[in-house]
Design a protein. Structure first.
Length: 368
């Protein structure tokens, strides 16, 4: 029986579920699982793993970071190598025709081709994942490419927020055709800082007005199609002293209030350095989860802590149980509704049938 609100997204260590994994996934506060490359061996194995996960709880949201480029967890046994998002931004800027003698430059033709190819990428990405039982991918990246951030880099479509918005919407269209939602990240923007929030605490010293005009601009422009948002583990001190993912100012006042976003909000990984050190002190995973949820996140991710004995996962489950009992955290029916809304509403197409589908073949051709 699912709790009134199941906000925890956890992971597993291997290619298949252990009894311990099943017990953790069955916990009423666990609403989903995020898969990694270490959970991949083959398509048949992934299909079985996803089926086993759904056998534990049918409404568990099976997620993956599968953007394309250098962030793609499944790359073999038939999975298409999706180009980096920068590839589509470069295509946008090229108004020359790919091939053909006597072809002429036509202003804006690059943008048209890039949007079509981005839609194809979204469809291929989403349909291949769904054919294997995966429900949701944390994509696309909406960060701007300032040439500063190594962790973002070619994961970004472009420097111009208008180009980012148009290409992201095209990719989301493809995901939607595959029956999959989307997740814009990393709100309000990670592209302007050099530091990697996995190992450091990035600080962006710009004023709110500039951030909203540039980095955060895609979010209100995509308000009618965004199904989920993931905030950045970045501090913007002229707005709030807390990282965006732990900030009521960013999540409630700005994202929900000023920008009128009403979809799901995921925290980024709580095991990242920028999530563990708040106000100068190292906090527990439970404390990090509570701060993110109370700031306005609907769901929180704890990644890579199932390795070894997985004691940190168990500590989080016990800690959240205690927080609910003592009133430090109150389940939110609206948050649970947002989580459930990300589950696909249509049946996936089996892999062998997908390979023969004309729309899929056409999409592949646009990526080659």
């Amino acid at each position: 029986m699912t709790a009134m609100h199941a906000p925890l997204i956890i992971d597993i260590a291997g290619h298949s579920l252990t009894d311990v994994d099943r017990a953790r996934l069955a916990h009423p506060l666990v609403g989903g699982i995020i898969l990694f490359a270490r959970n991949w061996e083959s398509r048949a194995q992934l299909v079985q793993l996803c089926a086993d996960i759904k056998a534990v709880k049918e409404d568990l949201l099976i997620c993956v970071d599968h953007e394309g480029g250098r962030v793609q967890r499944f790359k073999t046994d038939g999975f298409t190598h999706i180009p980096s998002m920068r590839t589509f931004g470069e295509m946008w800027m090229n108004d020359g025709v790919r091939s053909g003698k006597g072809s002429k430059h036509r202003e804006g033709s690059g943008a048209m081709r890039a949007m079509n190819a981005a839609t194809a990428a979204g469809y291929v990405l989403g349909s291949e994942l769904r054919a294997c039982g995966v429900d949701f991918s944390f994509t696309p990246v909406l960060d701007l490419d300032y040439g500063e951030s190594s962790v973002i880099g070619d994961r970004s479509f472009h420097r111009d927020p208008r180009v980012v918005t148009a290409l992201a919407k095209s990719l989301m269209h493809g995901l939607l055709q595959a029956g999959m939602g989307n997740c814009g990240k990393h709100f309000p923007g990670h592209g302007h800082v050099k530091a990697d929030s996995h190992i450091d605490i990035p600080v962006d010293k710009r004023k709110l007005k500039e951030i909203l005009r540039e980095d955060a601009a895609p979010y209100p422009w995509l308000s009618s199609v965004l199904t989920a948002v993931m905030p950045a583990h970045v501090i913007y001190p002229k707005v709030d002293a807390l990282p965006a993912g732990f900030s009521k100012v960013w999540l409630q006042d700005i994202l929900r209030g000023e920008l009128r976003y009403d979809g799901a909000i995921f925290s980024d990984d709580l095991s990242m350095e920028a999530a563990r050190r708040i106000d100068g002190e190292v906090i527990s995973y439970t404390e990090a989860a509570l701060r993110a949820l109370n700031a306005g996140c609907d769901m929180v991710l704890l990644c890579n802590q199932s390795l070894g004995l997985g004691e940190h996962v168990d500590a989080l489950l016990d800690g959240m149980d205690d927080a609910q009992r003592t009133g430090r955290w109150v389940p939110d029916v609206d948050s649970e509704s947002r989580r459930l809304s990300l589950l696909p509403e249509t049946m996936p197409q089996p892999w062998d049938e997908l390979m023969l589908q004309p729309a899929y073949q056409d999409a592949l051709n646009l990526l080659n």
